[in-house]
Write a protein that binds this ligand. Sequence first.
Ligand SMILES: [Fe+2]
Length: 356
Amino acid sequence: MFLKSYIKRFSSQINNQLKQTQLTKINYNDLLKSPQEINISNFIESSVGLKGQGMLIIKNLPNLEKIRKTQFKNLYNVNNLPKEEQNKLKTKDASVGWTNQVYASVDGVIPNETNSFMARYPSDINKVDLKSPEFDIIWPPNNFKQDFLEFNNEVRILFNNLIKHIDHYLSKNIKNYKNELYNDFYNTYNHLYRGIIYSPMKKSHNFWDIWHTDVSLMTFVTHPIYYNKNFDVVNINKSCLLFKDRSDNVFEAVYEEDEVAINIGDIFYFYSAGLIPTSPHCVTKSVDIPNDIYRSNIVIFLEPLHQHKLKISGGLEFDEIPHKESLKYFYSGNLNFKNGMTFQEYNDVFLATSSK
Ligand SMILES: [Fe+2]
């Protein structure tokens, strides 16, 4: 129901002509410097800001090659477990654990199946109840949990430093803004891991994942790996990830295997008082890619703690956020946002309104 409404809403937009865009790339080592040592506000503006491309690319991440190999290997191992072993990884909370999704579509043809393993982990284990359903998962065998935690630590460093630079950018552009992201989120958030394997697509379809926005602060997205039915890796140097820039142009996220894309999530819109719009995106197969290809990808969503109260930066009310020309396209649940609601409440409203 939820996904069906998305398809109805967005599927025609794939017809927009793809634009060629040189993406803004930020060097990881620059992120590690403080905003006082290096000013990268112009990169933030040109990537995710009001006139930006809707996403940014981080290059030169240390250990990325090793992490990526390990994470994909672990994901394939889970995907290859016998069904009964996979079923043991299912949980009561549908947002974590093992899932096998079959999306309905408007024409009644099932486009493909998606297998995912999802796990949520807090930046501070003392701030949450690890027994609550959103954290209570059964970890896959072998070294999965340990590898996951090491991966998390690397991503945490990236997110924490990126937040400092985004804060610096917002401080220059929003009246009364004082490092609010840093104060709100530094070491107090969840990472929501999702390892995804999209199965080959039916001939009549070209979406692995339809147009949508993420309900998060931002999302770390690895370059995908493609393989065939024999589990042979197929070398396709394409992300198949399409984005919309702030002028409603559609472009493919072109980035290399040793780089990651950062997608700005839905709630950034009000956290930045409208200066950082959300980033509509989809995953689609171009005609030159064979139909019998699997696409695997690993993402980590940065989300507030579920009981964290969301607010608009700069002390604005929601309707005071300027209605910029570039924000005329779809912004998911934002219109239902109320200052002071918790992230859990916001998420519930988002899901409820998306299914209508
Ligand atoms: Fe997404």
